[in-house]
Write a protein that binds this ligand. Structure first.
Ligand code: BES
Ligand code: MN
Ligand code: ZN
Length: 498
């Protein structure tokens, strides 16, 4: 779906959306259309239940006096409460409704809203972002899908008095959406298409965006002593890779911020094999890596004034004659030894070496890892917020705030000595599980903490957020959500750009 900005004009085809604030109040464009249609909009507003509640819609089809197909009334709610998040939802709702109506061309008129703190250009940029994010679909493998079953909208024109200002304000958001789409595409692909080498090739392709890229293969990782990561990889025919991305948009010599992603391209559980029911979902066990790649694409695309490092640990967890066994002891790059009690707790094993490598190589200001680490986080938080674990209060506060603003929310859970003690092993420095079903997500987090070497760090357990089975967020269609890209882009924008 193409997005353009233009001055306000009544289109001769398709659907035009106008905002309605609570208690049925039209804006300037709505009032003008109402006049052109001999009061059709006012009549529609008084005929039904639609009052302009945030996110609600009402459609007036084939209005007399206009050539276009329909006028879509979109609820803006209370003007004083209209913030970025609500505006993005408005954009998402509008394109959703236009697609449902089968519209090929759409327009959204953005008028100044009395009592709303956001200026029209900024409103338009947020609405356009929401529209773009909501327009996503992944249907490349449907060879027989009829056109009427695909999203119909080919183009969207966002109309306002200052189109140039809106276009400028939207530029960074367009890069953000590109990043989110890159992540969604990676995560949507099945594991026979996206496996460590093919994702590594996608990492390499970021060179075209101005990102410095490097790949470590099995030999290099072995030479670095990454026995923990390689232990997971050893049951797979697919060679593992560590992908390293650097975006140097900040002042030379400035310490980078670092993002590390779990990239288990398929998680069978290994010898501690998972039940077959639902195992197909484990193709999205690389969503952390996907988010890091999308984030780097976004930062490069909008030329963020920051030095950022992205590291993705790409492995496949398979059962095999060569696979690691429960009870095996591996030595990580840090020198610490790990008893592998459960080969299905593999994410922490690959991140252990990725985190250690990142802090040793780049001396970052902070490290944030993203991982579909535990099923337990879904038990704790469901699919509305990701789990946040951190050794740093300031970083945590910033992430929580960025979550609220971006709509990708995180909830902090504890670390601590007593949890840490639960992963002590009788035979090695630690084991890769805690006390059975107790505090399973915390056990994963305290394990990771042993590999950050005191660097400010946050761990985001995104197991419940990476794949959406619901579609109540108009900016996130079902399937791969791209969770993390919007959150971390917001974090960087707010605090880490020169
Ligand atoms: N990839 C899974 C976690 C997961 C579960 C992600 C559901 C997305 C949806 C992870 O590798 C895993 O298997 N974790 C185990 C840990 C346990 C063995 C300590 C789990 O959650 O059961
Ligand atoms: Mn697993
Ligand atoms: Zn996993």
């Amino acid at each position: 779906m193409k997005i353009e900005f233009s001055e306000i004009a009544t289109p001769s085809e398709g659907v035009i959306a106008v905002g309605v604030t609570e208690e049925r109040t039209l804006g300037a464009t709505g009032r003008a259309l109402d006049e052109q249609t001999g009061g059709a909009l006012t009549r529609a507003l008084s005929a039904g239940r639609f009052k302009g509640k945030q996110g609600s819609t009402s459609i007036v089809v084939a209005p007399h006096g206009l050539e276009l197909d329909a006028v879509l009334l979109v609820g803006l709610g209370q003007p004083g409460k209209l913030d970025g998040r609500q505006l993005r939802a408005v954009g998402g709702v509008a394109v959703g409704r236009m697609n449902a109506a089968g519209a090929k061309a759409g327009a959204i008129a953005v008028d100044a809203v009395e009592g709303c703190a956001v200026a029209p250009a900024e409103m338009a940029a947020e609405i356009a972002l929401g529209a773009r994010l909501g327009s996503y679909s992944f249907d490349k493998y449907h060879t027989k899908k009829k056109d009427e079953d695909r999203k119909s909208l080919g183009g969207l024109t966002v109309m306002l008095d200052e189109p140039a200002a809106a276009e400028q304000a939207f530029a960074a958001n367009a890069s953000l959406a590109e990043g989110v789409f890159a992540t969604r595409n990676l995560v949507s692909e099945p594991s026979n298409v996206m496996y460590p080498r093919t994702i590594a090739e996608d990492v390499e392709a970021l060179a075209a965006d101005g990102v410095e890229v490097e790949l470590l293969d099995r030999g290099r990782m072995a030479a670095l002593g990454m026995g923990s990561l390689l232990g997971v990889a050893q049951g797979s025919e697919n060679e593992p890779y560590l992908g390293i991305m650097r975006w140097n948009g900040g002042p030379e010599g400035q310490q980078p911020v670092a993002f590390i992603g779990k990239g288990v391209t398929f998680d069978t559980g290994g010898i501690s094999i998972k039940p077959s029911q639902g195992m197909e979902e484990m193709k999205y066990d690389m969503a952390g890596a996907g988010a890091v790649i999308g984030l780097m694409k976004c930062l490069a695309g909008r030329e963020a004034r920051v030095n950022a490092v992205g590291v993705v640990a790409l492995v496949e967890n398979m059962p095999d004659g060569k696979a690691q066994r429960p009870g095996d002891v591996v030595t990580s790059m840090s020198g610490q030894t790990i008893e592998v009690i459960n080969t299905d707790a593999e994410g922490r094993l690959v991140l252990a070496d990725a985190l250690w490598y990142t802090q040793a190589t780049f001396k970052p200001r902070f490290m944030i890892d993203l991982a579909t680490l535990t099923g337990a986080i879904i038990v704790s938080l469901g699919t509305y917020q990701a789990g946040l674990f951190s050794n740093d209060d300031e970083l945590s506060e910033r992430l929580i705030a960025a979550g609220r603003e971006s709509g990708e929310e995180v909830w902090r859970l504890p670390l601590g000595e007593r949890y840490d003690k639960d992963i002590d092993s009788a035979i090695a420095d630690m084991k890769n599980v805690g006390k059975g079903r107790e505090a399973g997500s915390v056990a994963g987090a305290v394990f990771l903490q042993r590999f950050v070497n005191g660097v400010p760090w946050a761990h985001l357990d995104i197991a419940g957020m990476a794949w959406m089975k619901r579609d109540d967020d108009p900016t996130v269609p079902k399937g791969a959500s791209g969770f993390g890209v919007r959150l971390l882009d917001r974090l960087v924008r707010a605090h880490y750009e020169a």
